[in-house]
Design a protein around this ligand. Structure first.
Ligand SMILES: Nc1ncnc2c1ncn2[C@@H]1O[C@H](COP(=O)(O)OP(=O)(O)O)[C@@H](O)[C@H]1O
Ligand SMILES: [Mg+2]
Length: 340
């Protein structure tokens, strides 16, 4: 009982608050591409929030914006990001460098292939701690590296091995250790299991789930796999064409999805209990970002679209109980936010 109480209290603490965040990619002589528009969500301590949507819908862009690690063409053009009481977008580069990895860290898409092949795993983890925390003491570094490796399920004796001596799954564990090196509160995992086979995927997800409990981590888990979401996430944000299509607790997303895009995504994913079932796919492709439709971004592919959807962008409607959806079909008198 008291455990539940503690858990609820902890879960209620909003750690990361993202308000109407928008990102453009700019290229000279071209119209800016609206990669992320007015995305709003909160991540609580100890929460795993799944971020799903087809490839190209802005998931990685959103995550890189939160880390303030957008590629050169990327620009944050609106919104606020708060991490605890820190206004992240108001920080200088230097202040941000101080926050990054220590309070918010990221496991990049395909990261396990980014390890330096000619340095030992232990060296690379030690280097991360040295860089971000300025620790030089070899004994301290050694202990920290050993603890981190054990934490992610690698025998600390293997610190002296090189990446090629690790399996794919172990390399990904090492990358997770690296992300955890400076004890961040928030970990962003961008498709952390995409390049791994199914068995190893399950182990890495189990590891993330264990770490969340053990360290009370908050995790933003980006994936296009709704099966993964069902296993690990508390809440789910569905993105389409750079905007939030739907947000809800995980059981609500599965059982009462309100946005036609979420409904189509669910149809497209196999039932986890029927692994051989054929995948349906959603006809058509996500919109080109510099040639967006004038109305709802999903309208050209939406089986339920009507006239208004072609001309007007739906706001994000608040359906109560942490459920939000951006679709005229759910229209209620209380619009949470006007989209612009
Ligand atoms: N460096 C970049 N320059 C210009 N456009 C980009 C860049 N990176 C991504 N994009 C575009 O931004 C959109 C969102 O991409 P991304 O955030 O990678 O989506 P996701 O992670 O959901 O697959 C895509 O249309 C992609 O082509
Ligand atoms: Mg991506």
């Amino acid at each position: 009982m008291s455990d539940t109480f503690t858990e609820n209290r902890i879960q209620n603490e909003a750690l990361l608050t993202v308000n109407r965040l928008s990102v453009d990619y700019v290229a000279s002589g071209q119209k800016p591409a609206a990669a992320v528009r007015n995305v709003t969500f909160t991540l609580r301590r100890g929460e795993v929030l799944g971020v799903v949507g087809e490839s190209g819908c802005g998931k990685s862009t959103l995550m890189l914006a939160l880390m303030r690690l957008l590629p050169a063409a990327g620009r944050i053009v609106g919104g606020q990001v708060r991490l605890g009481d820190v206004d992240v977008l108001a920080l200088s580069e230097r202040e941000m460098a101080d926050l990054r990895w220590k309070r918010i860290a990221m496991i990049f898409q395909g990261a396990m292939n980014a390890l330096n092949p000619v340095r030992t795993i232990g060296d690379q983890i030690a280097e991360a701690i040295r860089l971000h925390e300025g620790i030089q003491d070899t004994a301290v570094l050694n202990r920290r590296v050993g603890d981190l490796l054990e934490l992610v399920g690698i025998a600390s004796g293997r610190r002296n091995q090189y990446p090629f001596q690790y399996s794919g799954g172990m390399r990904q564990r090492a990358m997770i250790a690296m992300a955890l090196a400076c004890s961040p509160d928030v970990v962003i995992a961008d498709e952390p299991t995409t390049a791994l086979d199914v068995m190893i995927q399950a182990q890495i997800l189990q590891l993330l789930s264990d770490l969340r409990r053990q360290l009370n981590l908050s995790i933003l888990l980006v994936t296009h796999d709704l099966g993964i979401v069902a296993e690990l996430c508390d809440n789910v944000m569905v993105m389409y064409g750079g905007v939030l299509a739907e947000y809800a607790p995980v059981d609500v997303i599965y059982n009462e999805p309100r946005h036609p895009y979420t409904q189509e995504l669910l149809k497209a994913f196999p039932d986890p209990t029927k692994p051989t079932q054929r995948l349906a796919s959603i006809p058509g492709a996500p919109p080109r970002l510099n040639a967006l439709p004038p109305g709802c971004r999903f309208a050209p592919r939406c089986p339920l679209a009507f006239e208004r959807c072609q001309t007007e962008q739906p706001p994000v409607y608040d359906l109560g109980n942490s459920h939000r959806a951006s679709c005229f079909l759910v229209e209620t008198p209380v619009a949470a936010e006007r989209s612009s």
